[in-house]
Design a protein around this ligand. Structure first.
Ligand SMILES: N[C@@H](CCC(=O)N[C@@H](CS)C(=O)NCC(=O)O)C(=O)O
Length: 330
């Protein structure tokens, strides 16, 4: 079912699809559930096998981050994954058996993600976003902020993993090494605002001014990332090993040429033709299957959902035909 059919009889847009504020700017709201899973078994949310469930859909880049780190860290047998449909309905994300979604929520038989939010907090008033990390024991949402969920996944469950997969034993110091933490945090800040969220602010803008005030900084930031790779000459953003910075940039850039370029009007340049270093970096992450990538980038990438998901999010019944190739070979 397409969202364009879901306006009311007078053609009013349903509240859930109203992304931009009155001034035409899209402002993402802060996440609400902000607890942490901890390796400390006496904590409120101790890291245990079969206790936590990650709710996602294949389209969302924030959910993709969490799913990617779950695979990269080898947590597939420890944290359960529940996939929902990637088409946003007036009632939010739903379970319906389509687009990789389960028929129903496997825990409670729910049909909507909102029901899980209300189970966690009957007075909940925010948006019903993915990803959600659910605790089966306390029957509540631990956290619905992807940047925090991924950090828990880096090391909170390490005592349940083989030695070689633990962060302390990684040659480069792991996904968020102490010696790089400042540089990674600095990059996170502008990449989040101008790139990860910048594509959304560009796509969901409803005035020319709002659009231009986001699309220009987006491409300036891509230029800056290209220059960063050129200056460093490294395989990944911060050296020979994958870090959080690579993970956070990947889920946006893998959607760029395929979806954001056309659907979000981020069409000043394309990654594949205009950013040789970023293009190489992206293909290395996607195609290389070795001890570093663990094949996790390709495995968690679902190109077939991006064009359709973003077209529907923009309330268009048309799914763009191209590009002919989702990602070029290495
Ligand atoms: N800050 C959140 C953002 C998550 C988010 O906005 N997810 C989108 C999908 S890409 C969503 O669920 N939107 C539903 C809605 O806003 O109604 C995070 O990074 O986890």
């Amino acid at each position: 079912m397409s969202q364009v059919n879901q306006d009311d009889a007078k053609g009013h847009v349903h509240a859930i699809y109203k992304m931009a504020d009155k001034d035409g700017q899209f402002r993402r709201k802060a996440s609400t559930f902000r607890s942490y899973v901890s390796p400390d078994l006496n904590s409120e949310f101790p890291a245990e096998k079969d206790r936590y469930v990650l709710y996602i859909n294949w389209g969302c880049p924030w959910a993709h981050r969490a799913n990617l780190v779950r695979s990269l860290k080898g947590l597939e047998d420890i944290i359960e994954l529940v996939v929902m449909d990637f088409i946003l309905t007036p009632e939010g994300w739903v379970f319906n058996g389509s687009h990789g979604s389960m028929e129903k929520d496997p825990l409670y038989g729910f049909t909507k993600l909102s029901q899980l939010y209300f189970k966690a907090d009957p007075d909940y008033e925010g948006r019903y976003t993915v990803p959600v990390l659910w605790d089966k024991k306390r029957e509540t949402i631990v956290n619905n902020e992807s940047s925090e969920i991924i950090r828990m996944f880096y090391s909170a469950f390490d005592h349940l993993l083989p030695d070689s997969q633990r962060e302390v034993n990684k040659p480069g110091g792991g996904l968020f090494p102490e010696n790089l933490s400042k540089e990674i945090e600095d990059m996170n800040e502008w990449v989040y605002d101008k790139v990860n969220n910048g594509v959304y602010k560009t796509g969901f803008a409803t005035t020319q001014d709002a659009y231009l005030s986001n699309v220009v900084p987006l491409f300036e930031s891509l230029d800056r990332l290209e220059k960063h790779l050129e200056d460093r000459g490294t395989k990944y953003l911060f050296g020979d090993h994958i870090t959080e910075a690579d993970i956070r940039l990947y889920t946006t850039l893998i959607r760029f040429d395929v979806a954001y370029f056309t659907i979000f009007r981020c069409n000043y340049k394309m990654i594949r033709y205009d950013y040789p270093r970023l293009h190489k970096w992206l293909r290395v992450l996607y195609w290389e299957d070795n001890g570093e990538t663990k094949g996790a980038f390709k495995k968690t990438t679902h190109f077939e959902t991006y064009k359709e998901g973003y077209s529907k999010a923009m309330r268009s019944p048309i799914i763009p035909y191209g590009p002919a190739i989702d990602i070029m070979s290495l």
